[in-house]
Design a protein around this ligand. Structure first.
Ligand code: NAD
Ligand code: TYD
Length: 337
């Protein structure tokens, strides 16, 4: 079995490559990644001798068709995306190109060269948000798509295209919509790694608004396990929600990180809220549990400790990232906030 993993030098894609080399040592693993600011070959260094890496853009038709012709993968798992909501608010165009046109290009190649399964890695953000005062409400696979940011709109557009390719061309597809992930190799522009990196450097911890927004956090390895199950046992044409019933307010996460690192809460700085900021995400994972037997295995208390330990032990992975272009980004986003 040959599996093409796009976006495999990013956070979740990279963890998935590590996971697949362990769980399916007999598989041929091919990674296609453009190596944008979010892609990092260091993430793949421990498994580089087990995989084939190709630098390329999923929206580049010639490159993608050339790769499929040469390699003929059996399974495609598409992680490649522009993934940061704040960046999408500043500059939506690249989100539309990569997340929508990139998905179309990959699926066109799948149609042309044949495929056993195309899997689209999507997000719970396609459902919009839930009110803070209705803890009884959850996203199911039937919840209507209702997006808030250019990022989530581009991901929802891609999901609709994937479903259209299933209905129109019978392309064997599946879609997963996961809640917020955390764990090793997470780029330090996202909440948890940013707060860990800033706290370790005794820098302010910028909390948007009042910090009351809620996310449903899942340890990245549990997400990888869910995708492995879906690509092998999931039903074609189906959407599977993935989440661990682990809702937390942002402020509580930041305080927990301060406590674990023995840093003062006085580092916390409340800054101007994100435009259109989604209030609460919460997944109902009943379908993947009852159909595929998936359940999250890592409790948040353990996962966050493991993650913090990883950042403490792997400064050589993240310290070189928070220089150069990252400093310009940080200044632009947080300088006058
Ligand atoms: P990430 O930003 O860490 O990584 C994205 C990767 O895609 C990078 O390696 C980047 O170089 C690559 N890439 C970007 N544009 C590309 C292009 N045009 N062609 C080829 N490669 C390209 O993202 P992530 O957090 O690992 O997210 C992976 C996927 O999971 C995304 O599709 C995202 O929407 C989805 N998702 C993320 C989360 C989360 O909490 N991070 C939750 C649910 C779903
Ligand atoms: P993020 O990690 O960007 O994921 P998403 O917006 O896709 O859920 O943000 C998680 C939450 O943390 C979100 O409510 C925004 C908030 N946040 C901050 O308060 N400060 C920050 O510096 C960042 C990056 C996020």
């Amino acid at each position: 079995m040959k599996i093409l993993i796009t976006g495999g030098a990013g956070f979740i894609g990279g963890n998935f490559v590590h996971y697949m080399t362990k769980e399916h040592p007999e598989y041929e693993i091919l990674v296609l990644d453009k190596l944008t600011y979010a892609g990092n070959l260091e993430t793949l260094a421990p498994v580089m001798d087990r995989i084939k890496f190709v630098k390329g853009d999923i929206a580049d038709r010639e490159a993608v068709f050339g790769l499929f012709k040469a390699e003929n993968p059996d399974i495609v798992v598409n992680f490649a995306a522009e993934s940061h909501v704040d960046r999408s608010i500043e500059d939506p165009g690249i989100f539309l190109r990569t997340n929508i046109i990139g998905t179309q290009t990959l699926m066109d190649a799948c149609r042309e060269f044949g495929i056993k399964r195309y899997h689209q890695v999507s997000t719970d953000e396609v459902y919009g948000d839930l009110p803070l005062d209705r803890p009884d409400m959850f996203f199911t696979e039937e919840t209507p798509l209702h997006t808030s940011s250019p990022y989530s709109a581009s991901k929802a557009s891609a999901d609709l295209l994937v479903q259209a390719y299933y209905r129109t061309y019978n392309l064997p597809v599946t879609i997963s919509r996961c809640s917020n992930n955390y764990g090793p190799y997470h780029f330090p522009e996202k909440l948890i790694p940013l707060m860990i990196a800033n706290a370790l450097n005794d820098k302010p911890l910028p909390v948007y608004g009042k910090g009351e927004n809620i996310r449903d956090w899942l340890y990245v390895e549990d997400h990888c396990k869910a995708i492995d199950l879906i690509i092998h046992k999931g039903r074609e044409g189906e959407v599977y929600n993935i989440g661990g019933h682990n809702e937390m307010r942002n402020i509580d996460i930041v305080k927990l990180i301060c406590k674990e690192l023995n840093k003062p809460e006085s580092l916390i700085t409340y800054v101007t809220d994100r435009k259109g900021h989604d209030l609460r995400y919460a997944i109902d994972p009943q379908k993947i549990h009852s159909e595929l037997g998936w359940l999250p295995e890592t409790k948040f208390e353990d996962g966050i400790k493991k993650t913090i330990k990883w950042y403490l032990n792997n400064r050589s992975w993240w310290e070189p990232i928070i220089t150069g272009e990252y400093i310009d980004y940080y200044e632009k986003m947080y300088g006058n906030r």
